[in-house]
Design a protein around this ligand. Structure first.
Ligand SMILES: *[C@@H]1O[C@H](CO)[C@@H](O)[C@H](O)[C@H]1NC(C)=O
Ligand SMILES: *[C@@H]1O[C@H](CO)[C@@H](O)[C@H](O)[C@H]1NC(C)=O
Ligand SMILES: *[C@@H]1O[C@H](CO)[C@@H](O)[C@H](O)[C@H]1NC(C)=O
Ligand SMILES: *[C@@H]1O[C@H](CO)[C@@H](O)[C@H](O)[C@H]1NC(C)=O
Ligand SMILES: *[C@@H]1O[C@H](CO)[C@@H](O)[C@H](O)[C@H]1NC(C)=O
Ligand SMILES: *[C@@H]1O[C@H](CO)[C@@H](O)[C@H](O)[C@H]1NC(C)=O
Ligand SMILES: *[C@@H]1O[C@H](CO)[C@@H](O)[C@H](O)[C@H]1NC(C)=O
Ligand SMILES: *[C@@H]1O[C@H](CO)[C@@H](O)[C@H](O)[C@H]1NC(C)=O
Ligand SMILES: *[C@@H]1O[C@H](CO)[C@@H](O)[C@H](O)[C@H]1NC(C)=O
Ligand SMILES: *[C@@H]1O[C@H](CO)[C@@H](O)[C@H](O)[C@H]1NC(C)=O
Ligand SMILES: *[C@@H]1O[C@H](CO)[C@@H](O)[C@H](O)[C@H]1NC(C)=O
Ligand SMILES: *[C@@H]1O[C@H](CO)[C@@H](O)[C@H](O)[C@H]1NC(C)=O
Length: 759
C-alpha cells in the first residue's frame, strides 16, 4: 500500500513538474537520433487531406532545434534518448522498409503510428529491436500482411493496439492484417505484462479462441471485434481478475457465461453478434461495476434475470434482437443511471406500464420497438436528455406527451401504432433545432398538416412549415389518413433526404418549393389523390433516386426533359396507376443514366438510408405489389403501367442495362417488341401485358437469363414462343390472350412454315 502511495505521489509530482515547466528536459537530443527522426519523416509524405483535421506534426520539426522539443517526441530526462514517438493522426503516408531509420531509435518505450496510411506495408520483424517497448500502437494505419512472430519478443509490452478501427470508423475493409494461431499463442504466453490488447478487424480466422485461457492476468482491455474468430470462447475470460473492458462482438463464437466467479472489475462487456448459449445467468449480478452490457443479436433465450436490478452502475443496456421471453423487465426503471436502453425485437409477453421508465431521467436512447406492449396512459414525465426514441409497434394510442420536454430529440419513430386523431400542435415544436428523422407512419392519424404554427415559432419567411425543421432528413407519414395539400414552405437549406407521404389523403398539386430540397433522395407520394401534371421541374434535383407517384390523379403528357441529364440519380421511377396520356416518356427514360451505369454500386451490397433509418418503398415486381423494406442501391425499376400511354417501345430501350424491373402493362402501346430488349441482361421482371403489341416475340428476349417473371398476355402477338432457358419456366398465362402465339407452354402447337414447334 505504502509503495503504491509513494509511486502515486511520484507520478503526480512529475506530471505536475511537466505541466509547470514543460521544457525542463535535462538532456537534449542526440544528433544521431535527431537525424534518424528526420530521415524517417522524410521517407514519408504528408497528406493533409487524409483525414479531416489530421495534424501534420512532422512539418513543424525544425532541424537544429533540440528534437526532444519536437511535437510527438519524448526523451529520457537523464540520458536524452528518444523514448517516445507519437505520430498518430499526423497525415503521414508512405511505405515502411526494413532499413527505415525508425529502427535506429532503439530506446523507444512508446511508439504510436496510428491513423496514418502506410500503404499496406507489412508490420516488419525489425520491430523486435525495440526491446524496451511498452506501448505499441499501429491502429488504423493501412498495415497489412501477417503480424510477425517477432512481436512476441517485445516482452515488456503493456499496450498493443493493432486494431483497424479508428474513432468508430472502419474504412479499411477488409483489413489486411492477419495473425497465425501459433504466433498468437506465443504472443499470449510471452507478453505477460500486457494490459491493453486491441486487435479489432485483424483477421484471426486461424486463431483458436481456446488460446485465450493463457491471456495475461494483468489484462484490463481486450478487444477483438469483427476478427472472424471461430469456435468456443473459454469462460475463464470472464474471470480475468483485472478485466475492465471486453469487446468480442461480431465473431462466429460460441459464448458460455460462467455460473459463478465473474471478475468483479468488469465495466464493459460487448458481445453483440455472437452466439451466447442459453440464458443470461443470475450470476451476472456479480458484475457490480458493470456500466455497459451489449448483447445485440446473440440468440439469447429465456427471460432477463431480475438480479440485473443489482447492476446499479449500468448506463447502457442493449439487448436488441434476441429471443428473450417472459414478462417485460419492469425493474429496468430502478437502473437510474441508464442512458441507453434497447429492448427491441424480442418476444416479451404481457403489457409494460410505461411509467416504469419515468425514473430514468438520464435516458438519451430508448428503443422498445416490436415485442413490447406498452400501457401508455398519461405519459406526463420529463425526459429532457432524450435524443432517440423508437416505439414502433408498441400499441401506442396517442402521441407521448413527455416529448414536450425532449428538446434534444434527433430521431423519433412512432410508426405502426394505433395513434389516432390530429397531430397535436406541440408536436411540431419538438426538437425543432435537432430532429433529423421523424417516422409516424402506419397509424390512424388524420387532419391536415397545418401551415400556421411555424409563423409563431420561428422568425421570418424561412421556416413556416413542417419541412422547415432545418435538420430534418427523414419525414415518414406513410399510411395514415392525413388530408389536405402538402405544405409549400420549405427551409432554404433543407436537408430532407426522404419524404414519404404515401397512403394518405393528400390532394392538390405538388409544391414547387420541393426544388429547394437539394438533398432529396426519396420522394414517395403513392396512393393519395394528388391532381397535377408530371413534375418535370424536379428533374434538376441532383440526388433524387426514388420518385414514386403511383395511384394518384396525375395527368397529361409527359414532355421532353429540358436538362441534358434529367434526374441524374433516378433508379426507381414509378408513374403507375395515374391518368398520364400521350407517348411513353421515352426521352426521359433514355436519359436516366443511373439505370445504364452497370458498375455503380456493384461489389458491396448497400441499402439506402442512414442514421439508423432504412428507406423502404412499394414496387410491383414479378406481378406482385411488394414492399422493399430495404432498398438496395443497385435496385432499378421503371413502372409506367395503368396509364393511357400510346405509341411504341423504342429500339434503344436496350441501353438501360442495369434495369431490373420494367412494367408498362395496361396502356395502349403498339408496334413490335424491339429485339434490343434482349440487351437488358439484368432484367428480372418484365410486364408488357394488356397493350396492343404486334408481331413475334423476339428470340433475344428468351436469352435473358435473369428473367424470373414475364407477362406478355393480352396483346396481339403471333408466332412461336422462342425456346430459351428461362422461357421453359413460364406458364401459359404469361402468353395468354394474344392473336396467334403457339408452342410451349401454350396448348396451340405451331403448324407451318417458320413456326416450327420448339424442342
Ligand atoms: C526523470 O523522469 C523520471 C520518470 O521517468 C522521474 O522519476 C524523475 O524524477 C525525472 N527526473 C528529473 C530530473 O526530472
Ligand atoms: C492508439 O492511438 C490512437 C490514435 O492516437 C488512439 O486513438 C487510441 O486510443 C490508441 N489506442 C490505445 C489502446 O490507447
Ligand atoms: C491502403 O494502401 C493501399 C496500397 O497503396 C491503397 O491502395 C489503399 O487506398 C489504402 N487504403 C486507404 C483506405 O487509404
Ligand atoms: C519470449 O520472450 C523472451 C524474452 O522474455 C524471448 O527471449 C523469447 O524469444 C520469446 N519467445 C518467443 C517465441 O517469442
Ligand atoms: C473522434 O470522434 C469524436 C466524436 O465523434 C470527434 O469529436 C473527434 O474529433 C474525433 N477524433 C478524431 C481524431 O477524428
Ligand atoms: C497455455 O499455455 C501453456 C504453457 O504455458 C501451454 O502448454 C498450453 O498449450 C496453452 N494453452 C493453449 C490453449 O494455448
Ligand atoms: C451461431 O449460430 C448460428 C445460427 O444458429 C449458427 O449458424 C452458427 O453455426 C453458430 N456458430 C457457432 C460458432 O456456434
Ligand atoms: C469460485 O470461487 C470460489 C471461492 O474463491 C472457489 O472456491 C471456487 O472453486 C470457484 N469456482 C470456480 C468454478 O472457479
Ligand atoms: C441484489 O443484491 C442483494 C445483495 O447482494 C441480494 O440480497 C438480492 O437478492 C439481489 N437481488 C436480486 C433480484 O438478485
Ligand atoms: C394503392 O391504391 C391502389 C389503387 O387505388 C390499390 O389497389 C392499392 O391496394 C393501394 N395500395 C396500398 C398499399 O394501399
Ligand atoms: C386505348 O385506345 C383506345 C382507342 O384509341 C381507347 O378506346 C381505349 O380507351 C384506350 N385504352 C386505354 C387504357 O387508354
Ligand atoms: C444491343 O447489343 C448489341 C450487341 O450485343 C449491340 O450491337 C446493340 O447496339 C445493342 N442495342 C442497344 C439498343 O443497346
Amino acid at each position: 500500500m505504502e509503495f503504491y502511495q509513494t509511486l502515486c505521489l511520484l507520478v503526480s509530482l512529475s506530471a505536475q513538474a511537466l505541466l509547470d515547466f514543460p521544457f525542463t528536459t535535462a538532456q537534449s537530443c542526440h544528433p544521431v537520433q535527431s537525424n534518424a527522426l528526420l530521415q524517417f519523416s522524410n521517407s514519408l509524405t504528408v497528406q493533409t487531406d487524409m483525414y479531416p483535421h489530421c495534424d501534420p506534426k512532422t512539418t513543424r520539426w525544425e532541424n537544429g532545434l533540440d528534437c526532444c522539443l519536437w511535437d510527438g517526441v519524448a526523451c529520457d530526462n537523464v540520458t536524452g534518448n528518444v523514448i517516445g514517438l507519437d505520430l498518430s493522426f499526423s497525415c503521414l503516408q508512405g511505405t515502411l522498409h526494413s532499413d527505415s531509420s525508425l529502427f535506429a531509435l532503439r530506446h523507444l518505450q512508446s511508439l504510436n503510428l496510428g491513423a496514418n496510411n502506410f500503404l499496406t506495408s507489412p508490420i516488419l520483424p525489425e520491430l523486435s529491436v525495440f526491446t524496451e517497448l511498452r506501448h505499441l500502437n499501429l491502429t488504423y494505419s493501412n498495415f497489412s500482411g501477417l503480424v510477425p512472430t517477432e512481436i512476441s519478443y517485445l516482452s515488456k509490452l503493456v499496450l498493443l493496439d493493432l486494431s483497424q478501427t479508428f474513432n468508430g470508423t472502419t474504412t479499411y475493409v477488409p483489413s489486411g492484417l492477419r495473425i497465425e494461431n501459433t504466433d498468437f499463442k506465443v504472443l499470449v504466453q510471452n507478453l505477460t505484462e500486457l494490459r491493453v490488447l486491441k486487435l479489432d478487424l485483424v483477421d484471426m480466422s486461424a486463431v483458436s479462441p481456446s488460446s485465450f485461457v493463457n491471456l495475461s492476468s494483468s489484462l484490463t482491455v481486450f478487444s477483438a471485434s469483427s476478427c472472424n474468430l471461430q469456435g468456443e470462447l473459454p469462460p475463464n475470460i470472464f474471470r480475468l481478475p483485472n478485466l475492465l473492458d471486453l469487446d468480442l462482438q461480431s465473431n462466429d463464437i460460441m459464448v458460455s457465461f460462467p455460473k459463478s466467479n465473474w471478475s468483479k472489475s468488469v465495466e464493459s462487456l460487448t458481445l453483440s453478434y455472437t452466439n451466447i448459449s442459453g440464458k443470461i445467468p443470475d450470476s451476472i449480478s456479480e458484475l457490480k461495476n458493470l456500466k455497459t452490457l451489449a448483447l445485440r443479436s446473440c440468440i439469447l433465450i429465456g427471460s432477463i434475470p431480475s438480479s440485473l436490478v443489482n447492476l446499479t452502475e449500468l448506463t447502457r443496456l442493449d439487448l436488441w434482437h434476441n429471443e428473450l421471453t417472459g414478462h417485460p423487465p419492469s425493474f429496468v426503471g430502478k437502473l437510474e443511471r441508464l442512458i441507453h436502453l434497447d429492448l427491441s425485437y424480442n418476444n416479451f409477453i404481457g403489457v409494460l406500464d410505461f411509467s416504469v421508465f419515468s425514473t430514468l431521467k438520464n435516458l438519451q436512447v430508448l428503443r422498445l420497438t416490436v415485442g413490447l406492449n406498452l400501457d401508455s396512459n398519461n405519459m406526463n414525465y420529463i425526459f429532457s436528455e432524450l435524443e432517440i426514441l423508437e416505439l414502433s409497434s408498441c400499441n401506442l394510442i396517442e402521441f407521448p406527451s413527455f416529448l414536450k420536454s425532449s428538446r434534444k430529440l434527433r430521431k423519433l419513430d412512432l410508426s405502426k401504432n394505433k395513434i389516432s386523431g390530429r397531430i397535436p400542435r406541440w408536436f411540431w415544436d419538438l426538437g425543432k433545432d435537432t430532429l433529423s428523422s421523424l417516422d409516424i407512419s402506419s397509424n390512424l392519424i388524420e387532419g391536415d398538416i397545418p401551415q400556421f404554427p411555424w409563423k409563431e415559432l420561428f422568425d421570418g419567411h424561412l421556416a413556416e412549415c413542417l419541412m422547415a425543421l432545418a435538420r430534418l432528413s427523414v419525414l415518414n407519414l406513410r399510411m395514415n389518413m392525413i388530408q389536405g395539400v402538402i405544405p409549400g414552405k420549405i427551409a432554404r437549406d433543407s436537408s430532407l433526404r426522404t419524404l414519404d407521404f404515401s397512403q394518405n389523403r393528400f390532394e392538390g398539386t405538388l409544391p414547387r418549393s420541393l426544388l429547394q430540397c437539394k438533398s432529396l433522395e426519396v420522394l414517395d407520394l403513392s396512393n393519395n389523390t394528388m391532381e397535377d401534371t408530371f413534375p418535370d421541374w424536379l428533374e434538376t434535383l441532383p440526388k433524387l433516386q426514388v420518385l414514386v407517384l403511383r395511384s394518384n390523379k396525375f395527368h397529361g403528357f409527359v414532355r421532353s426533359p429540358r436538362a441534358a441529364r434529367p434526374f441524374p440519380e433516378l433508379r426507381i421511377f414509378d408513374l403507375s396507376n395515374n391518368n398520364f396520356s400521350g407517348p411513353l416518356p421515352i426521352r426521359y427514360i433514355m436519359k436516366l443514366t443511373a439505370m445504364m451505369n452497370r458498375e455503380k454500386g456493384r461489389g458491396q451490397l448497400q441499402y439506402m438510408g442512414g442514421y439508423g433509418y432504412q428507406d423502404s418503398v412499394m414496387v410491383t415486381m414479378k406481378g406482385l405489389e411488394i414492399r422493399l423494406v430495404k432498398i438496395l442501391t443497385i435496385f432499378t425499376s421503371i413502372d409506367l403501367s395503368s396509364n393511357h400511354f400510346v405509341g411504341g417501345l423504342p429500339m434503344d430501350i436496350g441501353s438501360l442495362k442495369s434495369l431490373k424491373g420494367l412494367n408498362i402493362s395496361h396502356n395502349n402501346l403498339t408496334g413490335y417488341i424491339p429485339p434490343s430488349t434482349g440487351n437488358l441482361t439484368d432484367l428480372e421482371s418484365l410486364d408488357l401485358s394488356s397493350n396492343r403489341f404486334t408481331g413475334r416475340i423476339p428470340q433475344e428476349l428468351a436469352d435473358l437469363t435473369s428473367l424470373a417473371f414475364l407477362n406478355l398476355s393480352e396483346n396481339r402477338l403471333i408466332g412461336p414462343i422462342p425456346p430459351g432457358p428461362q422461357f421453359t419456366t413460364f406458364k401459359s398465362d404469361s402468353f395468354a390472350g394474344n392473336l396467334g402465339l403457339c408452342g410451349f407452354p401454350l396448348p396451340e402447337t405451331c403448324k407451318s412454315g417458320s413456326w416450327e414447334t420448339p424442342p
